[in-house]
Design a protein around this ligand. Structure first.
Ligand code: ZN
Length: 205
């Protein structure tokens, strides 16, 4: 039996009836306000992003450095112990090459692919990563295990959001250094190491 075969009460309405005003309608602009509490851990995490730093939480029991930070260790079932600054460099854990927008509409032929990736951040425990975007890289050049560095918004433009980091770009691999500049490349490597030590010391404070 079809729906039309039933005797239904009332009047069938189409959306065109509302648009044309053939039925009684009323318009109402809702004045809704939302408040979102970031909590202690994510609140500090976002505040530090505004300052151009990435902060994690350490659990002294399982020795993990957790990112994004949390105030409770789900493995040890106890509060975490300490804030810990990590680097703004990391490793691509997984990635995607997206040729559709967030609303599933296809990106135009001139629009570059979106490159979302999970980045394991240096200084945090293995497997601790954040979802972000890759940039300054061709999609076919991306590899799992690729070393990347955060590209930050200018200090005055940051708002305390994960988007204060614009994207992560590849750290140029040493093998592309021309032989004549090999020594300069080596020096640079030492500098990087010193910087990461300084960063680690900063985190221990
Ligand atoms: Zn723990």
């Amino acid at each position: 039996m079809k729906l039309e075969d039933f005797e239904l009460g009332g009047t069938n309405l189409k959306s065109s009836d509302f648009k044309q005003g053939t039925v009684l309608t009323t318009e109402w602009e809702p004045d809704l306000k939302y408040a979102w509490d970031n909590g202690v851990a994510i609140g500090r995490y976002l505040a530090e992003l505004k300052e151009g730093r990435i902060i994690a939480r350490a659990c002294h029991s399982c020795k993990r450095i957790m990112l994004p930070p949390r105030m409770f260790c789900e493995l040890c079932f106890r509060p975490t112990d300490e804030w810990f600054y990590v680097q703004d460099t990391g490793t691509v854990n997984t990635f995607s090459i997206a040729r559709v927008n967030w609303d599933a509409s296809r990106r135009g032929p001139d629009e570059p692919a979106l490159l979302p990736a999970v980045i394991e951040i240096d200084g945090a425990s293995k497997g601790m990563g954040i979802l972000h975007m890759l940039g300054e890289v061709e999609p076919e050049e991306i590899r799992i295990g690729m070393k990347v560095r955060a590209v930050w918004k200018k200090p005055g433009e940051r708002t305390g959001a994960i988007t204060d980091i614009l994207y992560f770009k590849p750290i140029a691999p040493a093998r592309h250094t021309p032989p004549a500049k090999a020594s300069a490349g080596a020096k640079k490597k030492v500098k990087t190491k010193a910087r990461s030590k300084a960063g680690a010391a900063r985190g221990k404070r």
